[in-house]
Design a protein around this ligand. Structure first.
Ligand code: SF4
Ligand code: SF4
Length: 433
């Protein structure tokens, strides 16, 4: 047995002779004394310890074979893996956020009834009738401006899935202004399983960065809805901060607590930076769960906000094996005209369109440079299971093409140990030994 390639080992200054060993494949963490760690390195551990550490992903029979498995991890057929489609219902919005990346093409553009019908027929024929579970994410613009379309898509798909005995659910990426209790209750009946809502800090900050089209602030309306629906819809709360305002963001969490929200019943809270780029800013809502950036203040802000979040009892996402949608065969974005993309941000790049409901999915291995991370350097990198080449959108913004990895080594060198220790202190871990 050998130590896995995909480990980080952090000595514990407050416990001399002890080491925190974290597996980036399994998200498991174990506290090992120096002598056991040395025995694990030499392959001379007693059988019982060896068995436990193998189960936790700390030991592997052979590192070369482990790296080879990682190289082909997305090629392994997963018969019951769901089809995950992000469905863009419109490009319209009732808010006018100054940083909105869709501003250039935002307008009264909605998915037609014919496209929605084709979407239902295609998903039913190609997925549900084949026994594949389906998870949709309704996206915009603002998806709740298209409530009729949500009904027209979710109702028949839910009925078809029930008949076929496969799972169907959907979530929303919404600004939250229209998600009142009546709306949420109706949608839960159609398969709503979660909603991602953006709150850019406390009222004064949020109202400046996310006003209604009329100019009026949207904070009060969103907060009212969060309080009304969080017990029936798991919510992911996020927000987009800047260097000047991130320290005020926890006030929004305090406001939620003051309004009687039970933080343990909120899905997760994750704040992300608004990243300026050549006078532009990257997407706000979807991006917040995916991309990250590496300026020192940003790394510090992210870890600080995470600690402020979990310290108040709100769950924060834990690091886990994850990859860009580009790598995941079953993940697709379907825009309001029925065109296919591999990330919502790619809708701004016509050359990254990979097909449509009418044409089917084309071959995007070359245009999206799928083998990007299959290098010796990445396969030997402990962060590979968390990274897989990083965010293609950030690479696009930097160079105009998907031509290089978005290397997260410096980012994880700076933040991962603190995040693992935060989880040990506040959130528990998958397996402690
Ligand atoms: S390119 Fe990939 S990682 Fe980046 S925002 Fe899009 S889906 Fe997420
Ligand atoms: S891109 Fe960088 S951080 Fe990511 S796996 Fe490769 S070397 Fe590691």
């Amino acid at each position: 047995m050998q130590l896995s390639t995909y480990l980080k080992i952090y000595p514990c200054p407050d416990q001399p002779g002890m080491n925190l060993v974290y597996s980036t494949v399994r998200s498991s963490v174990v506290l090992l004394p120096d002598d056991l760690l040395a025995a694990a390195r030499e392959g001379s551990l007693p059988a019982e310890e060896q068995e436990v550490l193998t189960r936790l992903g700390i030991l592997t029979p052979e590192r070369a074979a482990e790296q080879q498995r990682m190289r082909t991890i997305f090629d392994i057929p997963r018969p019951n893996a769901p089809f995950n489609a992000t469905v863009v219902l419109n490009l319209d919005c009732n808010l006018a956020c100054p940083y909105c990346y869709e501003a250039a093409f935002r307008g009264r553009r909605y998915m037609s009834a014919a496209t929605a019908g084709l979407l239902v027929a295609t998903i039913r024929r190609e997925r549900i009738d084949q026994g594949q579970p389906v998870r949709l994410t309704f996206y915009g613009g603002e998806p709740l401006l298209s409530l009729d379309l949500i009904r027209a898509i979710a109702r028949p798909l839910r009925a078809a899935a029930e008949k076929q005995g496969v799972a169907f659910s959907f979530s929303l990426v919404t600004n939250g202004t229209l998600l009142n209790r009546a709306c949420a209750a109706e949608l839960v009946g159609l398969g709503l399983s979660g909603a991602k809502i953006t709150l850019d800090g406390p009222a004064e900050l949020h109202d400046r960065s996310r006003p209604f089209v009329s100019g009026r602030g949207s904070y009060a309306a969103i907060m009212r809805n969060v309080v009304e629906v969080y017990d029936i819809v798991p919510l992911q709360l996020g927000g987009n901060y800047t260097r000047d305002n991130y320290r005020q963001f926890p006030q929004m969490l305090d406001d939620l607590l003051a309004r009687g929200i039970d933080p343990a019943r909120v899905g997760t809270v994750l704040f992300a930076p608004v990243i300026p780029k050549a006078g532009e800013r990257v997407p706000s809502d979807f991006n917040s769960g995916c991309a990250c950036s590496y300026e020192p203040w940003l790394m510090e802000a992210g870890v600080w906000l995470r600690e402020e979040t979990i310290r108040r009892g709100f769950p924060a996402p834990k690091p886990k094996l994850a990859a860009c949608m580009v790598e995941l065969e079953n993940d697709l974005v379907i825009d309001h005209e029925g065109s296919f993309f591999k990330c919502p941000a790619f809708m701004a790049y016509p050359q990254l369109r990979i097909g449509s409901l009418a044409e089917g999915i084309g071959d995007y291995a070359e245009s999206h440079n799928l083998a990007l991370w299959k290098t010796e350097e990445c396969l030997a990198c402990a962060y590979l299971p968390l990274c897989f080449g990083g965010c293609r959108q950030l690479t696009l913004l930097r160079s105009g093409g998907i031509d290089a990895v978005d290397c997260r080594r410096e980012y994880y060198d700076t933040v991962l140990e603190r995040v693992v220790r935060q989880d040990l202190a506040y959130q528990g871990t998958k397996q402690d030994a």
